[in-house]
Design a protein around this ligand. Structure first.
Ligand code: ZN
Length: 72
C-alpha cells in the first residue's frame, strides 16, 4: 500500500469555531444606566429598571442592563 502526500488534518469543529469567531456580530441593544435609552420597539424612553433587565414602560420590551457601564 502506498501512501500519498501527507495531508493536514483539519478539524471541522475548529474550522466552524474559527468561522463563528471571525463573523461580524450584530449590535445588541442594551439599557445603559445613567443615559437616555430608547426602546428599540416603540422608541419610548421610560423603563422599569431591574438589576439584570430593564423593561420598556410602554410596550414591555426587555433589554439587558449593561453591567459594565453601571455607575456607582
Ligand atoms: Zn417599548
Amino acid at each position: 500500500m502506498t501512501r500519498g502526500p501527507a495531508r493536514k488534518v483539519v478539524s471541522i469543529v475548529d474550522a466552524r469555531a474559527a468561522a463563528i469567531a471571525a463573523a461580524p456580530r450584530p449590535a445588541m441593544p442594551v439599557y445603559v444606566p445613567g443615559r437616555v435609552n430608547r426602546c428599540v420597539e416603540c422608541h419610548h424612553e421610560a423603563f422599569w429598571v431591574g438589576r439584570i433587565t430593564a423593561e420598556c414602560g410602554s410596550c414591555g420590551r426587555p433589554l439587558p442592563v449593561d453591567q459594565l457601564r453601571r455607575h456607582p
